[in-house]
Design a protein around this ligand. Structure first.
Ligand SMILES: [Zn+2]
Length: 317
């Protein structure tokens, strides 16, 4: 039996599909994605225990610094497609009128933080992975610590912004994280979250093959209405929504259609490839990402893009 729905305490669920780890093949265990009959929130069941869940994150999930020409090109690409995120946060902080650091929860190797830092922001990072926090410090010069948000040593009401890109869907207690963010934000500070959008066309068309459900790493799959409810009850009001991400949407569709070509999946599965095969697969994947652009842009223009980024602030009074 699934856990009671964390959003509405509902106890009745409808089975949507069975699935296993399609992308990284870390387990052959079967899971189900079910929908709450009362509020429609999607969740993974059975929920993995923390030690199980740890095994579903491959060791090199976060980052592998290399110095070849190909990886330097990839780094340039990653910087370019991250500009969307950087600009979204930049505008949010500017409009908030607040000063103070930007805290990135789930900061990974810290590339996003280093880009913000280059634009004059004070930054801090947080990640479950010690290795990720180490890379953020040493390679991207972004101060980062390894902790959960509730136990992180930051002053209450100190942050101009708290960002969580692709974090909430991985958590057992997403509400707790929103609560902690609420406590850390300055009065006009901004919360910025991004998650896969389970109300997107790709999910309708591809079902279990949509990479946004990422079984078994995503414990919940959110639609915009689920996020609105969760933010509202956590004391936030939504200011802005964006359904397109240059980094995530086209690549997400390419990976859904051809998981065997996804560069990260190939690296994690340690596929045996010669240099030519590797280059051919990289180019093919790149072409697929480019081909996915028009569809993903249209989907997003109709507010059904495969990710959603939200800016919210604390409710007044
Ligand atoms: Zn529910």
């Amino acid at each position: 039996m699934p856990n009671p729905c964390p959003a509405c305490d509902g106890a009745e669920f409808q089975l949507l599909f069975n699935a296993s780890d399609r992308l990284y093949n870390t387990t052959s265990k079967q899971f189900q994605v079910v929908e709450c009959k009362r509020c429609r929130l999607l969740q993974l069941t059975p929920q993995p225990t923390p030690p199980e869940l740890e095994q579903y994150y491959p060791k090199n999930y976060w980052f592998t610094p290399e110095m070849s020409t190909a990886s330097r090109l990839k780094e340039l690409y990653r910087r370019f497609v991250l500009l969307d995120h950087v600009r979204f946060v930049e505008r949010a902080v500017r409009e908030s009128g607040e000063s103070g650091p930007v805290l990135d929860v789930g900061c990974g190797g810290g590339l996003f933080l280093s880009m913000l830092q280059n634009r004059g922001f004070r930054v801090m990072g947080l990640d479950f992975s010690l290795e990720a926090a180490r890379v953020a410090w040493s390679l991207n010069h972004a101060p980062a610590i390894c902790a959960s948000l509730a136990s992180a040593p930051f002053l209450p009401r100190s942050c101009a912004a708290v960002t969580m890109f692709h974090v909430l869907e991985h958590l057992y207690e997403p509400r707790q994280y929103l609560q902690s963010a609420h406590a850390l934000l300055r009065p006009d500070g901004r919360l910025i979250i991004q998650v896969p959008n389970a109300a997107c066309w790709q999910f309708l068309l591809l079902g279990a093959a949509w990479n946004g459900v990422d079984v078994p790493r995503h414990l919940y799959d959110f639609r915009p209405a689920d996020l609105d409810r969760m933010l509202e009850s956590g004391g936030f009001e939504v200011l802005r929504r964006k359904y397109f991400s240059l980094r995530d949407n086209p690549a997400g569709l390419a990976t859904s259609l051809a998981p065997g070509l996804d560069p990260m999946a190939r690296r994690i599965r340690q596929s045996k490839e010669g240099p030519r095969e590797r280059l051919a697969k990289d180019l093919l994947y790149g072409a697929l990402v480019v081909a996915a652009l028009p569809f993903t842009a249209l989907e997003a223009a109709c507010r059904a893009g495969s990710t959603i980024m939200i800016e919210a602030r604390k409710k007044k009074g």
